[in-house]
Design a protein around this ligand. Sequence first.
Ligand code: IFM
Length: 439
Amino acid sequence: MNFPKNFHFGSATSAYQVEGAVNEDGRGPSIWDDFCATPSNIRDGSDGRVACDHYHRYGDDIARMAEMGFNAYRFSVAWPRILPEGRGRINPAGLAFYDRLVDGLLAKGIAPYLTLYHWDLPSPLQAQGGWGNRETAWAFAEYAEVIGRHFGDRVHAYATLNEPRCAAFVGHYEGRHAPGATDLRLTLQVAHHLMLAHGAAVQRLRAHTQTAKVGIVLDMKPYHPANDHPLTVRAAEMGGGIFNRWLLDVLFKGHYPPDVWEGFGPLVPHVEAEDYALIQQPLDNLGINYYTRALVEYDPELPFPHAREVRNEGAIYSTMNWEFYPEGLEEILGWVHRTYGVKELYIAENGVALADEVVDGRVHDPLRTQYYQTHLAAVSRAITQGVPLTGYLAWSLMDNFEWGQGYLQRFGLWHVDYATQERILKDSAHWYADFIKNR
Ligand code: IFM
């Protein structure tokens, strides 16, 4: 495989999924604490109160990452640890935790990739309308200012938002994530406010950094028609238009894609004249989260884009019901590079949930190793074709709280026994460590 010398290899997590310690050191509540308080919102009725206890075990976790040969680690900062009310009062103990984490990583030669927002909006801001309220974008910029001023260039890369598409659509249209709304008009307004928040935060981060890279992380998947009927082809084009182009276009071209805008009809967001310029900030990099593709058929019963996902019989599926489709990663990388001309790309998440079992203290997960091998090969091919890739971060470092699925999905390189918090390196983790070391 072909990877440049200084390429970053590591893994990723997010605050609410791994930290636990939700009531410690002055952290305020977030929409995920609130969402989990209704047990039926989460498949196993669980929550992130303890999760992987990374808040206390981060030191050992960093040591284990270093043993695996990682030179990068992506984590997110919990906004309610820093600003418990969402705005205003800063909580020094919150900053101190991330100081310990960042300094611990740097001491081991592991580049910190810091994400500002991985879905844990402070509850007091939700009480004022959450992301449906334009003010939340300015609150986010203030938070970005606090983080940028404090961490500056100690961090290798900042991402403003993780998967704003998911925060908007899954949280406000599908209702499967916090805050659990089901309103498409609200969803599109939320997505627009997230974009404003991103643009304003980039400006604030720039004011305090010189070498640190500033960007955003988006989830993407190719949409493929399951047959060649023109209506199916169009459904796939529009499905991908919503999933991929809606935010990429506004971020990098300064407008929403006209075909999808037309498809949404009267539901399109309210946009102020100056918004597009604020959103279209020059970025140093773009993180891509890739898991699978969508294979779709036209279904007139469904609302726009009339796309129903169907199964690819014979393919391998994860326990999330996501198809193994490594070719899609190469496709997405090439397409983003050709269409948007981003300076640098990196894989901010890639991985697979499987039904792992511990047998005699080991986890044999050959399918996960196969997933990583084939996806790393796709990244390598993209590099050979000239895509400017700088890193690969596996999702996830360890099994963790998988949002609406609770602890039922295991995405980790490390198995976590939630009763004892024991971490076991799965066979795929040993493979990944050897792969990194043998390069
Ligand atoms: O666990 C999530 C993560 O928080 C965001 N990207 C997708 C992962 C798997 O669902």
